[in-house]
Design a protein around this ligand. Sequence first.
Ligand code: GRF
Length: 192
Amino acid sequence: MKKLGLGILGSGKGSNCRAILEHISAGKLPAEARLIVSDVFEAGILDIAREFRVPNVYLPPGKFRTRLEPNVEMELVRLLREAEVELVVLAGFMRVLKEPMLAAFPRRIINIHPSLLPKFPGVESWKQALEAGEKIAGCSVHYVDAGIDSGEIIAQRNVPVLPGDTPESLHARIQIAERALYPEIIAQFCEA
Ligand code: GRF
């Protein structure tokens, strides 16, 4: 089967990226990570890229805090196209994507978010779930649109909120679910 070309974007430690690369290495995901990009120079995701020998690049984001500077975003499109990326996978990428990326990869950019969207978009959503007294939390994989965690939902996985949970314990349980769900959903794109 032809392998689906992935571009993985992240700003943090990269545990979802590692899970995806491990699934590929184990032959459980017929995909090829063609480029890993981070807007954070010292992000763990770049170490993971080097560990798995995936081409990687640090992309200085420019002067804005929550998005890329337009010329930088155009450069990102160029890099992903040059690497023949077919599906863009956001794995802890902390910037909102705008028109250059959305137009270049229509319905080909996905994200994973640690809540049962549409509940609790934005940051520290596990904390929001705990504070709201939810009994069930979880994670969502969704298409990326111009909003924050607002695109069409592709799949979700529930985890229980247990008595005595702290934000940390709940977050850890959600992340375990994320690392299983994301490779599974990417595999569906490989079949499409
Ligand atoms: C994940 O919890 C994901 O849901 C959110 O950012 C976090 C990234 O973690 N979008 P990691 O960098 O994959 O470890």
